[in-house]
Design a protein around this ligand. Structure first.
Ligand SMILES: NC(=O)c1ccc[n+]([C@@H]2O[C@H](COP(=O)([O-])OP(=O)(O)OC[C@H]3O[C@@H](n4cnc5c(N)ncnc54)[C@H](O)[C@@H]3O)[C@@H](O)[C@H]2O)c1
Ligand SMILES: O=C(O)C(=O)C[C@@H](O)[C@H](O)[C@H](O)COP(=O)(O)O
Ligand SMILES: [Zn+2]
Length: 355
């Protein structure tokens, strides 16, 4: 199955196919002429997939090196970025060469950011290996890293030349990581795909989703993202809806310490907290929070916020990219499958967080 991200300036294809990782070499050759490639990955993914990726690419005529960093959100920062710049420069990588992001969202965001800034931009491809990366982060061109102050505080928009999704690589992923990917799937259904919401409603748990519905769910979720990104590539309007649950979610991730609460868990917590606030304000229909939290709990995602320091959480909120002065754009779901943007005072958010 293929989806076309038909952006005017940089169109590209998303390939979703079981076993497609075994054809990585041919796929890359169909997109790039022989050149130098650096695969950027983390230690765990490298252990599982880097050798095969490298051999396939060499077989296809490329000159290949692998840069690996320590797995996890705590590596998604400018220190790692700087090490990659040195690695690329030491190998004489130029703008006619390319980067392949092989891994989850951390690898994809970091490698994409490196590709968008090294020599002011070189080509890159996304080969996502987590469910979260396959349904969300590999598509759409948001790249970036965290700082100690806030999630994704430094970044750039840069589209890959293509995305290769092989659901079979999810067989090596642990349950917690599968669940966090489901948080973004639930988000996508809530904001833009009522049919997907219905389908998710019929599934029993995360195992049912992964074993019996992976391809259809990945396709539907990528399609939501594709449509939104094509409408508003640079996040000035409609794309903001992809951020449902993320304001509180990102603040929780940063406050808890990167990697303690996963991104998907933060999004699940953020969606349930935001729904509660919006329902109380009469912006979302009565009973919808319960419906959302029931869905999240079915997939064993967290919904209840622990007691984090509200002041620290609030400081993180003020650095959200949807904040404008004393106000912040929040995303609400007036009905399942639709989302809209609602501006509120940041202090109002603070009052709710205290409750
Ligand atoms: N750019 C975007 O649009 C976007 C969208 C959503 C999330 N994100 C970002 O994505 C990140 C989260 O991504 P993630 O959850 O994929 O995290 P991740 O990249 O840290 O991967 C999670 C863990 O799974 C391991 N792993 C990856 N693939 C594996 C496989 N096939 N088998 C076994 N282990 C595997 C990794 O080594 C890591 O330990 C966050 O930083 C978030 O901000 C970005
Ligand atoms: O692609 C988007 O746009 C999103 O908001 C997708 C989110 O799931 C993702 O977590 C994104 O990285 C958040 O971006 P940010 O602008 O809030 O840092
Ligand atoms: Zn997200």
């Amino acid at each position: 199955m293929k989806l076309e991200v038909d952006l005017k300036t940089h169109p590209y294809e998303i390939v979703i196919e079981r076993g497609s990782f075994n054809h990585l070499g041919e796929w890359v050759k169909s997109l790039w002429k022989p050149q130098q490639i650096v695969i950027i990955t983390d230690n765990r993914v490298a252990e599982l997939y880097a050798e095969s990726a490298k051999n396939q690419l060499i077989e296809a005529g490329f000159e290949v090196d692998v840069f690996r960093f320590l797995e996890g959100e705590q590596s998604k920062n400018l220190t790692t970025v700087s090490k990659v710049y040195d690695f690329l420069a030491n190998r004489g990588m130029t703008r006619s060469d390319g980067i392949i992001a092989l891994g989850g969202g951390v690898v994809g965001d970091l490698a994409g950011f490196v590709a968008s800034t090294y020599m002011r931009g070189i080509h890159f491809l996304q080969v996502p290996t987590t469910l979260l990366a396959q349904v969300d982060s590999s598509v759409g061109g948001k790249t970036g890293v965290n700082t100690s102050k806030a999630k994704n505080l430094v970044g750039a928009f840069a589209q890959p030349d293509g995305v290769l999704i092989d659901p079979d690589v999810l067989n090596t992923l642990d349950d917690r990581r599968i669940r966090e990917g489901i948080a973004e799937i639930v988000k996508s259904a809530l904001i833009a795909d009522a049919d997907l919401w219905q389908e998710l409603g019929k599934m029993t748990d995360e195992h049912d989703l992964l074993e019996n519905h992976a391809e259809e769910v990945i396709l539907a979720t990528c399609n939501v993202k594709r449509k939104v990104v094509v409408e508003d590539e640079f996040d000035n309007g409609q794309r903001l809806i992809l951020n449902f649950g993320h304001t509180i979610g990102h603040a929780i991730e940063a406050t808890a310490g990167y990697g303690i609460v996963t991104h998907g868990e933060g999004v699940a917590l953020g969606m349930s907290q935001m729904s509660k606030i919006a329902e109380e304000k009469g912006l979302m229909p009565a009973g919808i929070t319960q419906e959302i939290t029931d869905m999240l709990e079915k997939f064993h995602l967290p919904i209840d916020r622990e007691k984090w320091d509200e002041e620290v959480l609030y400081q993180a909120l003020t650095l959200d990219k949807k904040a404008r002065g004393s106000k912040i754009k929040t995303i609400i779901v007036p009905e399942i499958g639709q989302a809209s943007i609602n501006v509120i005072e940041l202090t109002e958010m603070k009052d709710y967080l205290k409750k």
